[in-house]
Design a protein around this ligand. Structure first.
Ligand SMILES: [Cu+2]
Length: 74
């Protein structure tokens, strides 16, 4: 299986420094190929290898930074 891309809602972000913090932390994490934060819409798009990392770990990681992730309502 290749990487999957998922979009999550992020709460608690206020500025570009928040965006940078989240993108840096996710970008350094094994299994995550790419993370792009959309500050205006409070979303983060994450491409990850599901064999190496799962959504729960990504949630925890972002929570440790002081933000809250949620699954996007579909
Ligand atoms: Cu900020």
């Amino acid at each position: 299986m290749g990487p999957i891309r998922e979009v999550f809602l992020v709460s608690g972000m206020g500025c570009k420094a928040c965006v940078q913090k989240i993108e840096d932390a996710l970008g350094r994490t094994e299994g995550i190929m790419d993370a792009e934060v959309d500050l205006e819409n409070k979303k983060v798009s994450v491409a990850y290898e599901s064999e190496l990392i799962d959504a729960k770990k990504i949630f925890n990681l972002v929570q440790e930074l002081g933000y809250e992730l949620k699954k996007e309502a579909s």
